[in-house]
Structure formats: C-alpha cells, structure tokens
Design a protein around this ligand. Sequence first.
Ligand code: FES
Length: 101
Amino acid sequence: MFKQLPNNNLEKVEVILNSQKINVPQGTTVAAMALAQGLRATRTTPISASQRAPFCMMGVCYDCLMVIDGKANQRACATYVKQGMRIETQQGVGPALGEAW
Ligand code: FES
C-alpha cells in the first residue's frame, strides 16, 4: 500500500525490524519504514490488545508507539532511522527499561 519514492542518491542504513534486517534510506522515519514494509500494526493497546498503526504522522495521536533500541513508547513518526537501530512492534505497555525483549 505504501511505497518509498525512488531516490538512489540517499545513503542506506541497516535496521532490525522485528528481528529482520532491512536497508532503509537515511532520513526515513521509523513509521514510514514500518508502513513501507507492510507492517499492519506498530503496537497493541494495553487494555484490549487492539492493534494500532501510525495515523497522524506528526507526533500527535501516539498510535505509532514502538519499542526502539529497548525503550518502549517511542513515537515512530517522530524518530528517524539510524544505523543498527532495533525496532519492535510494541505489545501493550511494552518492556520496562532494561528488560529483555
Ligand atoms: S502517527 Fe500519530 S503520533 Fe505518530
């Protein structure tokens, strides 16, 4: 459904999304990368476990929360990919800081 516009001039960085290595153009937000990868949900809600996905893409709705480099509740739409970044779909409240994930 979502596709990255072709731009071969951008350097790529390698990130790990849900245990899968992916090469992504630098300057891409985590939310844009997740949508382009076909991820249907970036998190589930703590109470009902309903799936949520990026909606506003500008840091307002908080539906894009993900676990990024071990930290839960990171807004994927407000975070740019970095080399070696580890990104996970967040289940409920996500892991506590320092908890294995
Ligand atoms: S998509 Fe709304 S805060 Fe990220």
